[in-house]
Each structure stands twice: as structure tokens, then as C-alpha cells.
Design a binder for this molecule. Structure first.
Ligand SMILES: Cc1cc2nc3c(=O)[nH]c(=O)nc-3n(C[C@H](O)[C@H](O)[C@H](O)COP(=O)(O)OP(=O)(O)OC[C@H]3O[C@@H](n4cnc5c(N)ncnc54)[C@H](O)[C@@H]3O)c2cc1C
Length: 367
């Protein structure tokens, strides 16, 4: 495998680095507050003006047709520059790849350019109080009506939904079996009852959603009725494997951790070095995956390996930072980072479930 970057890739990196150095805002308020949410949307609109919001998308939707390797380069520069977390992440990283694969021309033209500029911010509405790991147990349903569907039911843990404008979720449209009776819907949150839920830090990072006959036209169905499970599984592969958590994010954390450990007890400094090596290993592995995908191969269940690796690494890095800082940690961003890292082994499919997928579908162990 060729590990060198091409001249065009190096030029792209230089362009991104220079633009970010001149434009990254400092100290935006949390995206889970109304003011912070708005400030993050404005930042993403500025990224879009520079055609840096969604670099790998086709130009007609606001991107620049960059390769997967260029997108990874962009992400490395983005996180190294200390740029803000993406308020649009669930739309641009989870829904968009699915829209490109299954959306109609009308859906792509109607939703993607607005998503790229954070004019619309999308929330994922999959989990239910009795359906998390076992998602196919979901009971929210959609009933046929003139020209569309009426959504009923209860979703929960929907990130960003407290302030977002749109949702994408699975609803039961027939009793044909756990998986075959599900349909994938795209809808505005305007008519949905949204009840914010506080995270560990007290901010409403997610929300419950109550549907009481919310009308969605036929144009809000992604793919065909009954195809929802197959389409949703395409989204989970993006979420776990590559797009939601690129290596750049963890490398930037590892770089800061190594700085923090300078002059520390050698045993702690060694652990920091180990984290840095693991972040670098994840980076190299991801470039290999990107090249495999570019040559037409699927990521498949191996996506679960990456998910377990990055979530455990993130938690190890933040735990070590807290040990290095002691009482001072509470006044630093490491503390919030630690609280969020605790959730890494849970969201995007818990690590226990990922280990089962790895055992059965990657290693071929008996069930
Ligand atoms: C920060 C955060 C953001 C989230 N954002 C969203 C979002 O935007 N949209 C959304 O729809 N959901 C979201 N979720 C929900 C997330 O997808 C679920 O929490 C997750 O799928 C687990 O489901 P559950 O919470 O119902 O736990 P359960 O499924 O009830 O699991 C409880 C425990 O049992 C274990 N377990 C369950 N089944 C098995 C099994 N078969 N074998 C071994 N162990 C098992 C699990 O690993 C876990 O440890 C988010 C969660 C978090 C923490």
C-alpha cells in the first residue's frame, strides 16, 4: 500500500490549514444551548461558503467532490485547528450517505444543500424506551392516509433534537415481521412534541420525541415502504465505521495529551505515549479502509472493530488527562470531554453488541 500523499492531496491540506488558521472561531458557547446552537449553525454556513462544510459531496450539493482520503485529511486539519464540533453531524455523516444511496433526486436536491449549510439540522430518531440494542423491537408506527402517513409513537435519546429542525427515523408500517415491516421516514420536527433530556453536564444534548398522528407526505419516505431496515443498516455502517468519528479527532486529543504529560511521572507519560501510538494506528488503519472502499469494496461488519477501538481509546485518553490534572481537571475542557467519552461505548451501538458482531461475523465464531 502507498502511504504517501499525492501533490494534490498535499496542496489540499495546505489550503485547508491556512483557511482554518484564519477562520476558526474560539470559545463558541455549547451547541446544546439556544445561543450556542445558533453560533454553531453560523460557523457551518461559513464553512459552506468556503466549500469546506462537506468536502466529499458532489459540487451540485455544496461539496467539492473530494476523495475519501481528502476528507480524512480535512478532518485531521479540522480537529488539529481546534475547530468546533459539528452541530450537523447526524445529518452530514449519518443521513447524507444514506440519501446519496437511496434518496430520490427530489429528496437529494431538497435536503442536502440546506443540510450542508446547517439551514436544516437533522436528528436521528431511532431508539425507543424499549428498543435500543434490539432496535427491531421498535413499536412506533405509521398509518396510511391520503397522500402520506400519520406517525404515532415515542422515540428517545435523539441527539440535538432539542433544537434541530428535522428528524429521520424508523416506523412500523406493517405487521410482516420484525424487520420487514419497517419504513424509513424523513420529517420536520415542527409538529412533533419535543421534550429535552439533560445529559450528565445538565445540558439538553438529547430529547424525547412524541408523535401523535404527525403527517408525513409520501415524498418523506426514504426508499420504499418496508425497506427501512435494510436502508437503516447502511447508515449504521457509516456511523460506526468511518464518518462519525474520523481519526483526526482522536489524534488531536492524543497530541494534547502528550503535551499535558510532558514532565509527568514516567508511568503516566508512558500511558500518554501508548495512547498517541493507538491514535496513529487508528489513523493508518482508516486510510487502509478508505483505500479499500475507493477500490469498490464494502466496509461491512469490520466497521464494528473501529467503533470499539475509538470509543475505548477516547475514554482511556480522557481518564489519563483527569489523572494528570487532578483537581484542576474540573475547570478544563478535559472534564466535559471525559463525560462525553463515557458515552462512546454506548452510542452508535453498544460495544457489547459490536463485540458480538465481531465474534460472529468477522471471526466466524459459533453463536
Ligand atoms: C450520547 C448518546 C447519544 C445518543 N444519540 C442517539 C440518537 O441521536 N438517536 C437515537 O436514536 N439514539 C441515540 N442514542 C441511544 C443509543 O443508540 C442507545 O443508548 C443504544 O443503542 C443502547 O440502547 P439502550 O440505551 O436501550 O440500552 P439496552 O439496549 O437496554 O442495553 C443496556 C445494556 O445491556 C447490554 N445489552 C443489551 N443487549 C445485549 C445483548 N444482546 N448482548 C450483550 N449485551 C447486551 C448493552 O450493551 C448495555 O450495556 C444515544 C445514546 C447516547 C449515550
Amino acid at each position: 500500500m502507498d502511504l504517501d500523499f499525492t501533490a494534490a492531496e498535499r496542496d489540499f491540506r495546505a489550503e485547508v490549514r491556512a483557511w482554518l488558521a484564519a477562520n476558526v472561531p474560539r470559545n463558541l458557547p455549547s451547541m446544546n444551548t439556544p445561543a450556542g446552537f445558533q453560533a454553531h449553525r453560523e460557523w457551518e454556513a461559513r464553512l459552506a461558503d468556503a466549500r469546506l462544510s462537506v468536502v466529499s459531496w458532489p459540487e451540485e450539493y455544496g461539496g467539492r467532490g473530494a476523495s475519501l482520503v481528502e476528507w480524512l485529511i480535512f478532518e485531521e486539519e479540522y480537529w488539529a485547528a481546534g475547530a468546533p464540533g459539528r452541530v450537523s453531524q447526524n445529518g452530514i455523516f449519518l443521513l447524507a450517505p444514506t440519501l446519496f444511496a437511496y434518496g430520490t433526486e427530489e429528496q437529494k436536491a431538497g435536503f442536502l444543500p440546506r443540510m450542508a449549510r446547517a439551514e436544516d439540522v437533522w436528528a436521528q430518531a431511532w431508539s425507543e424506551p424499549e428498543a435500543g440494542s434490539d432496535l427491531a423491537a421498535l413499536t412506533s408506527r405509521a398509518v396510511r392516509t391520503d397522500g402520506g402517513w400519520l406517525l404515532h409513537g415515542h422515540k428517545t435519546w435523539s441527539s440535538r433534537a432539542a433544537h434541530a429542525s428535522h428528524g429521520f427515523g424508523l416506523f412500523r408500517t406493517s405487521g410482516e415481521g420484525r424487520h420487514r415491516g419497517l419504513t424509513y421516514f424523513l420529517f420536520p420536527l415542527r409538529d412533533v412534541e419535543v421534550r429535552p433530556i439533560a445529559q450528565l453536564d445538565g445540558e439538553p444534548g438529547f430529547a424525547e420525541l412524541r408523535f401523535d398522528g404527525v403527517f408525513v407526505p409520501d415524498s418523506g419516505v426514504l426508499g420504499a415502504p418496508g425497506e427501512g431496515w435494510r436502508i437503516a443498516m447502511a447508515t449504521t455502517s457509516s456511523e460506526r465505521g468511518l464518518t462519525l468519528r474520523s481519526p483526526g479527532r482522536f489524534l488531536a486529543t492524543a497530541d494534547r495529551l502528550v503535551e499535558l504529560a510532558a514532565g509527568a511521572d514516567p508511568a503516566l507519560a508512558d500511558r500518554a505515549a501508548r495512547c498517541w501510538l493507538d491514535a496513529e494506528a487508528y489513523r493508518l488503519q482508516t486510510y487502509a479502509v478508505a483505500r479499500r472502499i475507493a477500490s469498490g469494496r464494502d466496509l461491512g461488519p469490520a466497521a464494528s472493530l473501529g467503533k470499539v477501538f475509538w470509543s475505548e481509546l477516547d475514554l482511556r485518553m480522557h481518564t489519563l488527562a483527569l489523572e494528570l490534572l487532578g483537581e484542576r481537571a474540573a475547570a478544563t475542557p478535559w472534564f466535559d470531554g471525559f463525560l462525553f467519552a463515557l458515552a462512546g461505548p454506548i452510542y452508535a451501538g453498544t460495544n457489547e453488541i459490536q463485540r458480538t458482531i465481531i465474534a460472529e461475523r468477522v471471526l466466524g465464531l459459533p453463536r
